[in-house]
Design a binder for this molecule. Structure first.
Ligand code: PLP
Length: 438
């Protein structure tokens, strides 16, 4: 049972406190009173250092779409490791993965690899600035895009900072320069009229509009089709680039979210699943935009290096992961996603606990709100909802299911029907616990 102060996880955390600030080197995995330390993973399961077994619905924050230690990925990565893990030279592997991704995304002619989603988004924003010669960017309130200063703006504004339909730009991290805030226009998610009007107002100064079609931190509500179409139209009108952050949503379908919504962005930021479990990021788009990186005529408009960019271990594992993800694999992921969402929604109805699931494909989020979730503000939790969320998460954990903080679940291809049944059963029992709260 968690927490267990005699556990090995707890003693590792005690040890970590001396050499890591707060015992932590990655804010997202922090947990009170101590995090669970992983020992190993296999298919959709993880064992912790105390020997406890969990079904993993975190999947390293959505990046492991084939679960852990998939034999084809082990093979691809270890074969490359034996040949060398990184060189100060390009390798054929980067062409192979680039060709596969280009073939899946009609909006993409060319691609450039990096080491994380943060870097992918950063390079996409910088590419838009380099292409347009403009400084400002627009992004949605509450949407997470990694840790580049500009992309972090207005990630978690408190209600007392909420303007009416024109969100103000609020610093996420202390020390964010005022100039950064001045160069970010924060737009509401899923409010086409307000977003379009803000983009039109700042149009001549805007390099780009950055949007995640299903932003996890802003509630995981899918974008309305009309919203993305509205952004597509207005960005063309004002001469700004439309950037989709598909670092997470690329796991929604064979052609990512852009295929499902049938809206073509100018640039796409990728990451997570395309690295087959290894660190990765990529910026992709039309040839003329991607030309800002082209070094053939001397110093490019936007120079970009990266010691480990396109390292062949990531490229080979990524290629193997993507090859496994054919249309049939996505159909199966859609089915299990739907089964978990409806199973948990049914348990909400049975127990009378207010709330339910949102999401699409292999992603879902469990909310304890008695209102439709459409954007950051509607997803903003009250104290009571947060308390229910905490009891639920703990209940799930103690029934052997790992979900990310704030109720996010990312499913994986090794999840058989039996595992799906166990996930739904654990969530249903955890909801009974929530229902018994005063
Ligand atoms: C939508 C989105 N964009 C960008 C990032 C940043 O990716 P990374 O953690 O690889 O830097 C994340 C990470 O969770 C993300 O969810």
């Amino acid at each position: 049972m968690y927490p267990d102060l005699t556990s090995r996880s707890h003693s590792l955390y005690d040890r970590a406190l001396a050499s890591l600030p707060g015992g932590n080197t990655r804010t997202t995995v922090f947990m009170q009173p101590y995090p669970i330390y992983a020992a190993r993973g296999e298919d959709c399961r993880i064992w912790d250092v105390d020997g406890n077994e969990f079904i993993d619905c975190i999947n390293n924050f959505t990046s492991l779409i084939h679960g852990h230690a998939h034999p084809a990925l082990i093979e691809a990565a270890t074969r490359q490791l034996a040949l060398g893990s990184a060189f100060g030279l390009p390798t054929e592997s980067e062409i192979d993965l680039a060709e596969l991704l280009v073939s899946r995304l009609p909006s993409v002619d060319q691609i450039r690899f990096a080491n994380s989603g943060t870097e992918a988004v950063m390079m996409a924003l910088k590419a838009a600035r380099a292409f347009t010669g403009r400084a400002k960017i627009a992004k949605c309130e509450g949407a997470y895009h990694g840790s580049y200063d500009y992309a972090e703006v207005s990630l978690d504004p408190a209600p007392d900072m909420w303007g009416r339909n024109a969100p103000v730009s609020v610093a996420y991290a202390r020390g964010t320069p005022d100039n950064v805030l001045a160069d970010v226009v924060t737009i509401p998610f899923n409010d086409t009229e307000a977003a379009v009007s803000l983009i039109r107002e700042h149009g001549p100064e805007l390099a780009c509009v950055l949007v995640d079609p299903m932003p996890n931190r802003a509630g995981l509500a899918p974008a309305d089709h009309a919203y993305l179409q509205g952004l597509r139209k207005i960005t063309r009108e004002v001469g700004a680039l439309l950037i989709f952050d598909e670092v997470i949503t690329f796991r929604l379908g064979y052609r990512g979210a852009q295929g499902l919504w049938d809206v073509d962005p100018d640039l796409t930021a990728l990451g997570k699943i395309i690295g087959g479990g290894f660190p990765v990021g990529a910026v992709a788009g039309r040839r003329d935009y991607m030309a800002v990186f082209d070094p053939r005529a001397g110093k490019p408009a936007l120079p970009h290096g990266g010691t480990f960019s396109a390292n062949p271990v990531t490229m080979r594992a990524g290629l193997a992961a993507m090859q496994l993800l054919d249309e049939a694999a996505f159909a199966r992921l859609d089915d299990i996603g739907q089964a978990v969402r409806s199973g948990i929604d049914e348990a909400f109805r049975r127990t009378g606990v207010p709330g339910g699931t949102v999401g699409r494909g292999s992603l879902l989020k469990i909310h304890f709100a008695d209102r439709p979730i459409r954007d950051y503000r509607s997803a903003y939790t009250t104290e009571r909802e947060a308390q229910r969320q905490a009891v639920f998460s703990r209940g799930l954990l103690n029934r052997g299911v790992l979900a990310a903080g704030y109720g996010l679940m990312a499913l994986s291809t090794p999840m058989t029907d039996a595992y799906i049944g166990k996930i739904i059963a654990a969530a249903s029992e955890a909801l009974v616990e929530v229902a018994s709260l005063a």
